[in-house]
Design a protein around this ligand. Structure first.
Ligand code: ZN
Length: 149
């Protein structure tokens, strides 16, 4: 441990958005009769979430909710994710999660993916803390599982 090493910080604007979603997570609810469900756990940090999806006959996300607990990054990522997938088709959700995981795990991100993820790009700063990448991506892996039904 180097006491004087500067700690990389997420830009203050992004940090504010993340903290705001952490304080007031959107779609924070259990959907008891949801047929599409997944449980995601990140033992490294203690993040533990349940994700519920309700799809209609056309494969459109009619409702989405999550419950559980974890760090600010995991909870805000989950909160923002739910606001982005509501009303989207399964294929659109898959494109979004693929683009997000590409941004979080690859050095080079395609222009198409950058466009797809939009405001999720704020989580790019998390890459400076490799151990926290799992926090940001946890709910997206759960989304991949839940979409499979
Ligand atoms: Zn975490």
């Amino acid at each position: 441990m180097i006491p004087d090493a500067p700690e990389p910080k997420l830009s203050s604007l992004y940090q504010e958005v993340i903290l705001e979603h952490n304080r007031k997570p959107r779609n924070y609810k259990e959907i008891a009769d949801a047929k599409n469900y997944a449980h995601g756990v990140n033992p490294l940090c203690g993040d533990d979430y349940h994700l519920y999806l309700v799809l209609d006959d056309q494969g459109v996300v009619q409702d989405v909710g999550f419950t559980g607990s974890g760090c600010a990054i995991s909870k805000s990522s989950a909160s923002i994710m739910t606001t982005m997938v509501k009303g989207k088709k399964v294929e659109e959700c898959q494109t979004l999660l693929k683009s997000f995981l590409e941004m979080m795990t690859q050095d080079e991100v395609s222009a198409e993916s950058k466009e797809n993820i939009g405001r999720l790009s704020m989580f790019g700063g998390v890459k400076e803390f490799p151990i926290r990448v799992k926090c940001a991506t946890l709910i997206w892996h759960a989304l991949a599982d839940a979409l499979k039904g």
